[in-house]
Ligand binder design. Structure first.
Ligand code: ATP
Ligand code: MG
Length: 667
């Protein structure tokens, strides 16, 4: 207990950057804290929350309440009730007051490597205040939704923080979505204010965001949703202000409206359970859901996970390659690092532009300590060869983090050995938009034995259980495999789906009564480490043998000639289902029957004959969402020749891939 208080105090503003005392020095430390978080969540999180500023303190007891059992009534979750706080205050004012005003809050590089900007904590606070005042002048009040459709520039996190400051609920829409997708999201949350930019260069391609935003506003109006204000940021190189289509009644230039605002704006103190933001999930499994996150719980969940899982301390330089349009960008690029007093590195362009060394040069330039990425990006960087990371001095790196998809062994080793020089822990965390913060993870501690491809152990307050998919019963044996569900609640958890509490209950709490259903399958090994086997709907049943698509995929990608693989199940007259694999070969490798045989033999040896794909479909590229996830429902349609019924593919990064795959079927 005493120890916890000390740790909580370390989380507060003044902690010195040199203080590198390991937070979980021994396995016992972890066990003790973890057990406490499960046995007494209210007390545990109450103490953890002391590391943040509360304008009105929540009571030590009675602040937490939850029902996750649909049989007992509506699902509801609350933490820190009675307390008031503000996320932007905890991200900014607190650090300025602690003497970190001149430290970089954001270090930004654009698409062009020579475009660079550093924004100090003091400057960021002033910009956030000006934006907050502008939002207020436009009538935005606590609880109102604001849609943000901006490229990766420092103004994007500033806009998020400004919403947080005035209590507006932001909905960041990735600036690669189409007008349709943007409109759909604006209508769903009734956003009257839209923040956007003239455009952005992506690689060598300009994307005209304002034009897309205009189209979205028109589409939204058709659906009865009027946008009263549109704030537009001029982004150099993309499109000149003079050439930008303009609606003088509705549109306002950032560079004229914001600088004239006052740089002072007191935060609006929010109840812990007041809404903080909405985020629509990527939609790799259907119609996007508006996940709702609240103020206090999200702040504590994200802040504490940054400290314990990624070892973020004040002054650290954190480079997260995710876009703010995704949950990783919210939790571990914008809010998390700032809650910890770190400097957040943002890359405006793509990591392979102008060449494969871009990300590594940035690591060297800014002495990045934590590098946080996703397997899809790792695989594309890895394909470009070891020479790129070797050209840069990566010795500042201490923690290598990843999330979003299973990491295959090959990528894990490359990350660990080539990027991290076998020095840095690889923190491959499993979590979801819905969970708010990381849920299961290897620990960045010397004593922790990380295993390539495993999502490690549960974070504080997380109680994973494996359920039998047919009976729904909990499987108690340590070594087991089943449907991954979570018992209990944690502060960072979503509270509802916007406008559809019923869907929230039916998707997450009805399938297995009394548990939060993750949609993923997992295996627990003898050491209690978890291995994500893929989504449960991605389990293929071949002649009664159940196998996760992720397992077959990782076997295929173990083969040195295979760059990427996506596996789905297709109906089969005899076997029930058969395995169908889409395979992308490395650049220099020739597709053909000889190659096919090599891959099949490899799977046969590594998993067993039952896992050998029935079909290998050559795929120069795979249909992915803009966050880099493979859209399996599209692959299923292509494999079964139902390309007329592809459904909504507006979230596809490169729609052209679909045509190409259809042509290659049977080749
Ligand atoms: P949608 O819910 O709309 O289909 P999504 O699930 O792709 O979208 P996210 O919330 O970003 O959107 O992703 C969470 C999912 O990503 C998890 O449920 C899991 O399937 C996968 N995932 C995340 N991290 C890991 C990891 N470290 N290892 C394996 N899988 C992971
Ligand atoms: Mg999901």
């Amino acid at each position: 207990m005493q120890r916890l208080e000390v740790l909580a105090r370390q989380l507060t503003a003044g902690a010195a950057v040199e203080d590198r005392t390991p937070l979980l020095a021994t396995k016992e430390d972890y066990n003790q804290m973890y057990q406490r978080s499960i046995q007494d969540p209210e007390g545990f999180w109450g103490e953890m929350a002391l590391g943040y500023h509360w304008e009105r303190k929540f009571p030590a007891r009675g602040h937490m309440a939850a029902n996750t059992d649909v049989r007992r009534g509506p699902v509801s979750i609350q933490f820190f009730a009675g307390g008031t706080t503000n996320l932007s205050y905890n991200c900014l004012d607190r650090w300025v007051a602690a003497g970190r005003g001149e430290q970089a809050a954001i270090i930004w590089e654009g698409n062009d490597e020579n475009e660079r900007r550093t924004v100090s904590y003091r400057e960021l606070l002033a910009e956030v205040n000006r934006l907050s005042n502008w939002l207020k002048s436009r009538g935005v009040k606590k609880g109102d939704a604001v849609t943000i459709y901006l490229p990766m520039v420092p103004e994007l996190p500033a806009a998020m923080l400004a919403c947080a400051r005035v209590g507006a609920v932001h909905s960041v829409v990735f600036a690669g979505f189409s007008a349709d997708s943007l409109a759909q999201r604006m209508v769903d949350c009734n956003a009257k204010v839209l923040l956007t930019a003239t455009g952005v260069m992506r690689g060598s391609k300009p994307v005209l965001l304002k034009t897309i935003a205009d189209d979205a506003v028109k589409l939204a109006a058709k659906a009865g949703q009027e946008t009263s204000s549109l704030l537009c940021l001029e982004v150099a190189n993309a499109l000149a202000a003079a050439d930008t289509p303009w609606n003088p009644v509705r549109d306002v230039w950032w560079h004229t409206a914001i600088p004239i605002q006052s740089a002072e704006c007191p935060p609006t103190w929010l109840e812990a359970e007041d809404r903080s933001f909405l985020l629509y999930t990527s939609g790799s499994t259907g119609k996007p859901k508006g996940v709702v996150h609240c103020t206090g719980g999200y702040m504590v969940g994200v802040g504490v996970s940054c400290r314990y899982l990624y070892d973020m301390r004040p002054g650290d330089v954190v480079f997260t390659t995710a876009d703010c349009g995704w949950i990783t960008g919210h939790s571990y690029l914008a809010y998390g690092p700032l809650l910890c007093g770190c400097s957040a590195v943002i890359m405006g362009g793509i990591p392979t532009h102008p060449d494969g060394g871009r990300a590594w040069r940035m690591v060297e330039r800014y002495k990045v300590r934590q590098f946080y990425t996703a397997p899809t990006l790792l695989r594309s960087l890895l394909q470009l060869g070891d020479a790129w990371p070797r050209q840069s001095d990566l010795s500042s790196l201490r923690v290598l983090a990843s999330a979003g998809e299973p990491m295959n062994e090959h990528a894990w080793h490359w990350f660990h050995e080539v990027v991290g020089g076998s020095r840095c822990p690889v923190v491959d965390t499993w979590w979801q938009t819905e969970t708010g913060n990381a849920m299961m993870s290897p620990l960045p501690c010397n004593w922790f034995l990380a295993k390539a491809g495993s999502a490690g152990v549960p974070f504080f307050g997380v109680c994973p259980v494996l359920l039998d998919p047919t009976t729904g019963n909990e499987i108690c044996a340590t070594e087991a495999e089943g449907v991954l569900a979570l018992r209990g609640v944690w502060p960072g958890m979503m509270r509802t789906l916007h406008g559809d509490h019923e869907r929230f209950e039916s998707v997450y709490f009805a399938p297995y009564k009394g548990y939060y259903f993750t949609g993923d399958g997992a295996r627990r090994d003898a050491d209690g480490h978890y291995w994500i086997t893929g989504r449960v709907d991605d389990v293929i049943n071949v002649s009664g043998h159940r196998i996760g698509t992720a397992e077959v995929e990782s076997s295929l990608t173990e083969h040195p000639d295979c760059a990427e693989a996506a596996v789905i199940g297709v109906d089969h007259a005899l076997k029930g289902q058969a395995i169908y694999a889409f395979v992308t070969l490395r650049g220099h490798v020739q597709a053909g029957d000889a190659m096919r045989k090599l891959l099949l033999d490899h799977v046969r040896k590594s998993i067993g004959p039952f896992a050998v794909p029935e079909v290998i479909h050559w795929a120069p590229g795979l249909p992915k969402t803009r966050s880099g996830k493979i859209m399996r429902r599209v692959l299923r349609k292509i494999a079964s020749g139902q390309e007329k019924e592809l459904g909504d593919i507006s979230t596809l990064a490169e729609p052209g891939v679909v045509e190409m795959l259809i042509k290659l079927r049977g080749k």
